[in-house]
Design a protein around this ligand. Structure first.
Ligand SMILES: Nc1nc2c(ncn2[C@@H]2O[C@H](COP(=O)(O)OP(=O)(O)O)[C@@H](O)[C@H]2O)c(=O)[nH]1
Ligand SMILES: [Mg+2]
Length: 223
């Protein structure tokens, strides 16, 4: 089962983006589950359902959206054992770190007879608020960008060229290896391309030594 994370700071457009992403993937024949922190924030025409003990909304027959119940690994295992999605799209909380979420997802393997495969980690960067992100929450945003496979410069429908350019410069300086994409979840721009990446590519499994290396870089290796 494939897990696709859409990371990014609060307000970067994750929920808007992943609903569009899910619709596209359902149209392509996938069975999709979305995990969010609060199903109440899913603002689409969907019916509330109580599913296998999970608080959920059914967006279509092939797509449900549910709230984390207890711990994250447990929620993934319940979904696998009941709804059987082939792709689970995850909206981590705006302060979650991608590698930590990979590890949590892999814990669910203890409760299911399948392995977790990670889709490329997509980090949304809010181009409208780039200056603010570079100042007040820089460290967190840097971590989310550094651990991304794909940096999606979001909200280009309303951002100036200067802000978009600044977003690219900032992202490339932190993670020169990431693929940079541009788009808008609201206008459904770039979302099809992101869906194709999720379908066709993978991202490495959690690796403790890698994370230690990153922490050392961030915090000077004191520990
Ligand atoms: N201009 C613009 N605004 C967007 C776009 N996507 C989301 N937003 C707005 O950004 C705000 C936060 O969006 P949301 O999806 O809830 O972000 P989240 O907190 O990361 O889940 C909302 O007011 C959205 O309407 C976009 O592509 N362009
Ligand atoms: Mg959200």
């Amino acid at each position: 089962m494939k897990i696709a994370q859409v990371a990014g700071f609060l307000g970067s457009g994750k929920t808007t983006f992943l609903i569009e992403l899910a619709k596209i993937l359902v149209d392509r024949g996938h069975r999709i589950a979305i995990i969010v922190n609060d199903v109440g924030e899913i603002n689409v025409d969907a019916k509330f359902i109580e599913m296998y003990g999970l608080k959920a909304k059914e967006i279509s027959g092939g797509c449900i959206c549910c709230q984390v119940a207890g711990n994250f690994a447990n929620t993934i295992a319940i979904l696998y054992n009941t709804f059987k999605p082939d792709i689970v799209i995850v909206e981590p909380s705006g302060v979650a770190i991608p590698w930590g979420l990979k590890r949590a997802a892999e814990y669910s393997e203890e409760e299911m007879d399948d392995v977790i495969v990670h889709a490329p980690v997509i980090t949304l960067v809010d181009s409208l608020r780039i200056e603010e992100l570079m100042q007040s929450v820089r460290r967190l945003v840097e971590t989310q960008i550094r651990e991304a496979d794909v940096v999606f410069i979001n909200k280009v429908d309303s951002a100036t060229k200067e802000k978009i350019d600044l977003s690219v410069q900032f992202s490339k300086a932190i993670n020169p290896n990431a693929e940079i994409m541009f788009g808008s979840g609201r206008n459904n721009q770039g979302v099809k391309e992101a869906a194709t990446l999720i379908e066709t590519r993978t991202s490495p499994r959690y690796d403790e030594s890698y994370e230690k290396e990153m922490l050392k870089r961030d915090y000077g290796g004191g520990a």
